[in-house]
Design a protein around this ligand. Structure first.
Ligand SMILES: Nc1ncnc2c1ncn2[C@@H]1O[C@H](COP(=O)(O)OP(=O)(O)OP(=O)(O)O)[C@@H](O)[C@H]1O
Length: 260
């Protein structure tokens, strides 16, 4: 049976009891192996939502279920066996090599006293190969370029063998080639993926469903055709959005202008 069925039921969040909600109740479902794109203007609540899915920030109310299990009813370690994250900020590695960093992905799968064995080593090797990082595996992580680091963080997430992968703006700082590679990877992994993207055309190309947020409210959830309509995009981003069919690929493409 394919795993990675993600359900969010009325999740919302505020920093503290006496503060306003920054994310208002939002519900969605992602079927195993599908890709959900989270889009919206700056400050919409995208990262706030993702943090709840990768078990960093507990929803104030509501529930997140992975394969029928309440993500916030389990330990952080158990949750890390289910959900991995690739974030915008990459940690300082203090002299660790690329292979060391990828091997950290195995940590949630080990018991407190066990050291990593041949099985873990094989999974780490496979994750490095999947991201074509073999030639960099002994390099100090801190010496890599932004794009190379991003690929290492994806390899670490793959070594974690999650059912759900969360990616917060994974194409940031990547050149066009690496952006396309990350998008193609997202499609090919076969994992359930929740990804925040600023580029609405990319989101439309790569995602099976789109969740549109603004000011902490859900403004749409459904297929890209439904949610990324001219009207909804124009209203949400305060621009004039136009959808056009590209003559060569026949794909729909959004263009944007400031309203006159
Ligand atoms: N711990 C916090 N305390 C107070 N405000 C917060 C906290 N975390 C997030 N916010 C606020 O919540 C709002 C949503 O932030 P969030 O980072 O989720 O937005 P975003 O959609 O990811 O934005 P961007 O596209 O700019 O990255 C912002 O106004 C942010 O300042």
């Amino acid at each position: 049976m394919r795993t990675g069925h993600l359900v969010a039921k009325d999740i919302c969040w505020r920093p503290a009891k006496n503060q306003p909600f920054l994310l208002h109740p939002v519900s969605f479902e992602v079927y195993p192996g599908r890709v959900l794109g989270v889009v919206g203007p700056n400050g919409a609540g995208k990262s706030t939502l993702l943090r709840m899915i990768y078990h960093y920030q507990k929803p104030t109310t509501g529930q997140i279920m992975v394969d029928g299990q309440d993500l916030w009813g389990m330990s952080a370690k158990a949750a890390a066996c289910k959900v991995a994250a690739v974030l915008q900020e990459q940690p300082g590695a203090f002299g660790l090599t690329v292979r060391d960093i990828v091997a950290l992905g195995r940590t949630p799968h080990r018991s407190a006293l066990s050291s990593s064995g041949a099985h873990d080593a094989e999974i780490v090797t496979q994750a490095i190969a999947r991201m074509q990082l073999e030639h960099l595996s002994t390099r100090n992580f801190d010496t890599l370029s932004g794009g190379e680091r991003q690929r290492v963080m994806v390899a670490r997430a793959l070594a974690q063998q999650p059912q759900v992968l969360v990616m917060d703006e994974p194409t940031n700082h990547l050149d066009i080639r690496h952006q396309l590679e990350i998008l193609s990877l997202i499609r090919s992994l076969g994992l359930t993926i929740v990804v925040s993207l600023h580029d609405l055309n990319m989101a439309s190309d790569v995602c099976d469903a789109i969740l549109l947020l603004k000011d902490g409210h859900c403004h749409g959830f459904g297929s890209a055709d439904e949610v990324l309509s001219e009207k909804l995009v124009s209203d949400t981003f305060l621009v004039t959005a136009q959808r056009q069919k590209l003559s060569v690929s026949q794909n729909q493409h959004l263009t944007f202008h400031l309203p006159t």
